[in-house]
Design a protein around this ligand. Sequence first.
Ligand SMILES: Cc1cc2nc3c(=O)[nH]c(=O)nc-3n(C[C@H](O)[C@H](O)[C@H](O)COP(=O)(O)O)c2cc1C
Length: 372
Amino acid sequence: MPTLFDSVSLGGLTLKNRIVLPPLTRSRSAQPGDIPNAMMVDYYRQRASAGLMITEGTQIEPRGQGYAWTPGIYSPAQIAGWRAVTDAVHEQGGVIFCQLWHVGRVSHTSLQPGQQPPVAPSALPATAVKVFIETGPQAGALVAPSTPRALATAEVKALVQLYRTAAVNAKAAGFDGVELHCANGYLINQFISEHTNQRTDEYGGSLANRLRFLREVTEAVIEVFGGARVGVRFSPLFETTDEERVYLGLVEQDPHHTYTQAAALLEALGVGYLSIAEADWDNSPDLPPPFRAALREVFSRPILYAGRYTQAKAEAVLASGYGDLFGFGRTFIANPDLPHRFRHGLPLNPVDPATLYGGGEHGYIDYPASPT
Ligand SMILES: Cc1cc2nc3c(=O)[nH]c(=O)nc-3n(C[C@H](O)[C@H](O)[C@H](O)COP(=O)(O)O)c2cc1C
């Protein structure tokens, strides 16, 4: 029976443990240009004892940005900034994947090139989410996303190529692999969910059509990294009374069917790991055990779970055989030496919610390692 501290192999890499730094947006990139900076190098270096690290969501192009100060991976300066991060992580023996992010409709004209509307599968606004903006009369405010413009079919195909280019850039920046952000109501999720995709071309309608963008993007990045170095993240949500979650596009009509089909598709493409972001707010619903079992049946490579995990919960899911890797989000933010603390049963620093997004070193690189 493996423990959290046993190694596991992923795409020809040996992960030294099963404790993962999941993707965590911290909105601290250098401006202008959304460039990874020295502070970010320190932040990732401090957490390199994770078996696997996944970067914060990183926009693949300017239109892919939905919040102020998130880093990109489309300019030479961004690639150079990320190279410093990956070098630091590799010096510590860490493994790091880049999370490729496009927010689709979850953005505001003030964040978009030329102040244009954001792009999405359909011209349906995200009504129940707020985005943080940095310029214009409302600078510094959380505002409703702008109504998006529906992408033309040719533009959808062009976006697939932008993902490929982002993967090429991630490789140039020294990443060990990439993770596709297909979760939390962002662009790829907007194609998958019937709430957000009302297209009548080959990217809308049937489930196979709604999964087509996912498939083409996955194939494109696999051409760059090989399947085993590509991960895919979903956030299937099963029941909620919270309408906001529905309108974010997170609750599909039949999440069990949708995501087991998606996982089977990724298995066939040779994807290296599947990441499941579980609901992580207070009183959020648990993932149904039959869904975990079904994923395990269709997907043969590592499955990563995150969402309010404790060490005990991770050990229980590992023992059940349904999960292989476990992400600890807020806990890893507050405890840069988390694997050491877990291994020795050391107390955990609490996270400071006020310093999660934006700001400087405080609440970012000044959480102390354990003195023992
Ligand atoms: C500050 C913060 C930023 C996040 N940013 C991202 C992100 O960029 N991409 C993503 O897929 N998930 C993101 N998430 C979700 C986390 O990866 C993770 O699933 C979530 O924090 C649940 O884990 P936890 O309960 O251990 O914190 C974020 C969560 C937090 C708290």
